[in-house]
Design a protein around this ligand. Structure first.
Ligand SMILES: Cc1cc2nc3c(=O)[nH]c(=O)nc-3n(C[C@H](O)[C@H](O)[C@H](O)COP(=O)(O)OP(=O)(O)OC[C@H]3O[C@@H](n4cnc5c(N)ncnc54)[C@H](O)[C@@H]3O)c2cc1C
Length: 325
């Protein structure tokens, strides 16, 4: 059995859950393993129904007020009790802030290996081989799992295309009774949302990102206008942040955020390795740069070798027109 630990926020499944389901559906077919989604939370029935509609075998829902806020102690305790009663082959968790917080604890609690940051897998005979990125995504490393399952793996957001999750299943819904274990060693005191406009870039499907080629802070308006016309979010290279044109949370790259949107538009960004490691797994990369030799064109699927001050306003006009049409 392959288990997907669903991740959610504000009663909505996060995109990483679909990515994990795609991983599980593919691996399930290859290894002849059924798929179960595990949902922990409080008031989760709508999300459980959504998971049930996917082509998987079971949904196990642990619905309890103690699980209303994410808490690693309580999460790991409940997951351990669920998984110990099952025969898991593979347990899939998001390589997200939350997943990275509880996956190692769960691995220790189950005394089973964890392969973190997986972007692909393959079947070699009966063996599962997981590919993970190392050295700031400069290299891929293949890890063959040994010993008795279960194996735990975290999967990087965007590595598996969540929009390809297969629907149309008749999954059985099982309610898992949570025993009164208390609130755990940690208590959520307050949840502070990021200020409006500062989108979570790791979950953004479209990112328009600007670099030093924009020359000065005021010109960044071009990037914001294009992003708005396309319904996307804004990102930036490090010099933009260092020059205080934008706050740190916009930075993409080795010392910023790692993103993998469906569409990444790099505007006036040269494509230094420290930037590439943060965005090269994007599904479609469009580069706008006046230097045809700029390294960004090596990873771009589409390139526009021209002056951004000409290209970006023209693109914005097209997208605005398309929206109005
Ligand atoms: C330890 C370390 C960590 C780092 N971490 C990061 C990181 O997390 N993220 C990051 O981005 N960088 C990071 N860097 C910096 C990185 O090495 C590069 O310096 C940086 O990515 C370059 O940013 P840029 O592409 O915006 O600027 P530049 O390299 O200056 O490129 C500007 C580009 O704009 C183009 N251009 C100029 N004018 C126009 C025009 N009118 N029309 C079209 N194109 C134009 C130019 O041809 C050029 O290719 C890090 C560096 C170090 C040493």
């Amino acid at each position: 059995m392959i288990f997907v630990i669903a991740e959610h926020k504000d009663n909505k499944l996060k995109p990483i859950t679909s990515d994990l389901l795609v991983f599980a559906q593919r691996a399930g077919r290859d290894f002849g393993q059924p798929v179960t989604a595990v949902l922990l939370g409080s008031g989760t029935s709508a999300m459980a129904e959504e998971l049930k509609s996917k082509k998987i075998d079971r949904v196990i829902a642990a619905d309890d007020p103690n699980l209303a806020d994410y808490n690693p102690d309580v999460y790991v305790g409940v997951l351990k009790s669920i998984l110990q009663n099952e025969k898991p082959f593979l347990i899939l968790i998001g390589h997200t802030t939350q997943g990275l917080d509880f996956a190692p604890r769960l691995s220790v609690a189950l005394r089973k290996p964890l392969i973190a940051g997986c972007v692909e897998y393959e079947k070699q005979g009966d063996r599962l081989v997981l590919t993970r990125q190392i050295f700031n995504s400069k290299m891929n490393m293949k890890t063959a799992v040994r010993g008795e399952p279960p194996y735990l793996a975290t999967a990087s957001p965007g590595a598996f295309p969540g929009d390809e999750v297969e629907a149309g299943g008749q999954a059985e819904l099982i309610q898992f009774p949570v025993s009164a274990s208390g609130p755990g060693r940690r208590k959520v005191v307050e949840r502070v949302e990021a200020p409006k406009g500062k989108a979570d870039l790791t979950a953004a499907p479209i990112i328009v990102s600007g670099g030093r080629g924009l020359k000065e802070k005021a010109n960044f308006a071009l990037v914001f206008e294009l992003a708005e016309a396309m319904g996307g979010s804004v990102g930036a290279s490090r010099p933009v942040v260092d020059a205080e044109w934008l706050p740190r949370e916009y930075q993409i790259g080795s010392s910023g955020q790692t993103v993998s949107p469906k569409l990444y538009i790099a505007v006036g960004i040269s494509g230094a390795i420290q930037h590439l490691v943060g965005m090269q797994s994007s599904r479609c990369i469009v580069a706008i740069n006046k230097d045809p030799e700029a390294p960004i064109f090596k990873v771009a699927h589409y390139g526009i070798a021209d002056d951004l001050f000409k290209v970006v306003p023209a693109l914005t006009r097209i997208f605005k027109d398309l929206r109005q049409a």
